[in-house]
Ligand binder design. Structure first.
Ligand code: GDP
Ligand code: MG
Length: 369
């Protein structure tokens, strides 16, 4: 066992030597600044200085507390879908084709802006929400942050190319997340398309098509020619029905940041997907370490929305700073509360970072002892 001087320990932790000496006194030991103490004692004292997260439950924590909805509050909600698949297998083209099935977009004469997610309304009124952020990284980084928003994955596999590396990766990601897969066998318009081969390749990976006695729903489509899209969406809704997706619309909104940016004219803007409750214009909120008030909400057609129920993606204006993709988004009782929670989170993050740095430098000291 090595030793360290009290003064040295204080310096490494970035605190006053007098505070360390006082801490020793509280623990019943008298030490001087130049006194050497053993590593074990040093570790105990160090733990008194910011190694443990403050235990006190503060008001900010209470503001963040989540009370799960009761069964009576729950109402059916649209599924939230992410499209994944190997590069060039047609994800973007498929999303584009799907947008054209949206009755609202047709009425409005097209989609005017990119907002990273959008809701498609089918002629019969049923809705599906699509997340349009580029595939795997978004999915995994969001999940790594505990922010799983996807209910269902559409796996795009080109019929002329078959299962590739990123196809397998996508399957692994979806499985790790416990999210069901609906397969879109794409590019069936191509002369060398071989959907049967794709099916057998997928079956080998455990995705056995229904017509082969398995449970995986598969549609043959041409995203480019916009063929089979309705059938695919029908399967997505069928799969979603089995998930019995519900959320409580009548409570303050909670959601996730899908993407964000600093807009020259509008300031910080972010696409928020509402997961629970209904978001309204004027609502104060905290989002990650920033906060704000909903100044305006826009859909992908640039239309202003007054309210956004569960599974609705909206572009929100009114952030104090640009939030990060994956951040949570929680409506607060008032703007003061929102600011306090954001500042509390910033403080905690700073403390955690300081503790981490102190730990690293202490580790280096202990290595030498
Ligand atoms: P992503 O990388 O998965 O987003 O793939 P893209 O949507 O960018 O498509 C890659 C290429 O395949 C583009 O040149 C598309 O025009 C083409 N493509 C996509 N879907 C189809 C399809 O159904 N049929 C044909 N023939 N080409 C397609
Ligand atoms: Mg693409």
């Amino acid at each position: 066992h090595g030793t360290i001087q009290v003064g040295e320990l204080a310096k490494e932790m970035g605190v006053k030597a007098a505070d360390v000496i006082r801490k020793f006194m509280e623990m019943g030991t008298m030490v001087t600044i130049n006194q050497s103490i053993d590593a074990e004692t040093a570790a105990i004292v160090a733990s008194e200085f910011g190694y443990e997260v403050e235990a006190a439950t503060v008001e900010e924590e209470a503001l963040l507390e989540y009370v799960p909805p009761s069964p009576e509050e729950l109402k059916p909600r649209p599924p939230i879908v992410t499209v994944m698949g190997h590069v060039d297998h047609g994800k973007t083209t498929l999303l584009d084709a799907i947008r054209h099935t949206d009755v609202a977009a047709r009425e409005a004469g097209g989609i005017t802006q990119h907002i990273g997610a959008y809701k498609v309304r089918l002629p019969d009124g049923r809705e599906i929400t699509f997340i349009d952020t580029p595939g795997h990284e978004a999915f995994t980084s969001m999940r790594a942050r505990g922010a799983q928003v996807t209910d269902l994955v559409i796996l795009v596999v080109a019929a002329d190319d078959g299962v590739m590396d990123q196809t397998r990766e996508a399957i692994d990601h979806a499985r790790a997340a416990g999210v069901p897969i609906v397969v879109a066998i794409n590019k069936i318009d191509k002369p060398d398309a071989n959907p049967e081969r794709v099916k057998s390749e997928l079956a080998e990976l455990g995705l056995v098509p229904e017509d082969w006695g398995g449970e995986t729903l598969m549609a043959e489509v041409s995203a480019k020619k916009r063929q089979g899209i309705e059938d695919l969406l029908e399967l997505v809704l069928l799969q979603a029905e089995m998930l019995d997706l519900k959320a409580a619309p009548d409570r303050p909104a909670r959601g996730r940041i899908i993407e964000s940016r600093l807009d020259k004219g509008k300031g910080p803007v972010a696409t928020v997907i509402v997961q629970e409750g209904t978001l309204r214009e004027g609502d104060p909120f905290v989002a990650g370490m920033t906060f704000g008030r909903v100044r305006a909400m826009l859909n992908e057609r640039g239309e202003r929305l007054k309210e956004a129920p569960p599974a609705t993606p909206v572009e929100v204006l009114g952030f104090e700073e640009v939030p990060q993709a994956g951040d949570d988004f929680i409506v607060m009782p008032d703007e003061t509360a929102a600011r306090r929670v954001a500042e509390y989170r910033q403080r905690k993050a700073r403390e955690a970072e300081a503790a981490r740095e102190a730990r690293l430098s202490l580790e280096r000291v202990f290595e030498k002892l």
